[in-house]
Design a binder for this molecule. Sequence first.
Ligand code: ADP
Ligand code: 5GP
Length: 218
Amino acid sequence: MPSAPIDRAIRRRGLMLVLSSPSGAGKSTISRNLLESDTSFELSISVTTRARRGSEIDGRHYHFRTLREFESMRDNDELLEWAEVHGNFYATPRAPVERALSEGRDMLFDIDWQGAEQMRDKMRADIVSIFILPPTMRELKGRLRRRAEDTEAVIGARLANARAEIEHWRDYDYVVVNDDLDAAFAQVEAVIVAERLRRDRRPGLFDFVQGLLGEKLD
Ligand code: ADP
Ligand code: 5GP
């Protein structure tokens, strides 16, 4: 994302960007595009007890853990939020988020509405949330099938859960309908550009404006 160098030099707080959607609406695709095009974002890698899909790599897409390992992390307060989704546990490890926040870096979270709710409760000022909707339920089903990563039974359960997930669209700051991928991605980028310009996210503006006002003109 191009930005004027002088503008970039103004110190700002990190953005905690939460993307949620019913499974299959395209949030992983949008997340991937964002991580490729905007290198200031770091992906929060969740812990999960669900089985690894063929295309997934442990430590990159998820930290795949046993139920016992998950429970031990939860009981040791190593998780910022956790939820049961589609019969498995998912959670956000606390340490990388605290590091990113203290260093003013941006983080991207691909988490469900339960996780988004817990994150808002814990760090409201830092969270920007976007809900991704599919254009139609028929297309959602088609995308889950075309992804070809899950069995028909799993796809059926995800479709049934999709309705409950969509009910939470009102809790989000922004809603993007992912019909055409490029258009949806451009909308996500527009949200990020605007949110980075928010005054309360840019503590460096105080010094910048003081510098402006103190500038001697000949
Ligand atoms: P989610 O992370 O929300 O479960 P994915 O990003 O895995 O969803 O997308 C589900 C499937 O739909 C993938 O095969 C992806 O390539 C495809 N997809 C994503 N966005 C679009 C779109 N706008 N049009 C058509 N197919 C899409
Ligand atoms: P999937 O199994 O398709 O990768 O993810 C299923 C759902 O779990 C998605 O809605 C995804 O956003 C959500 N999810 C993934 N990681 C986390 C997490 O760390 N916390 C929460 N609450 N949900 C997560």
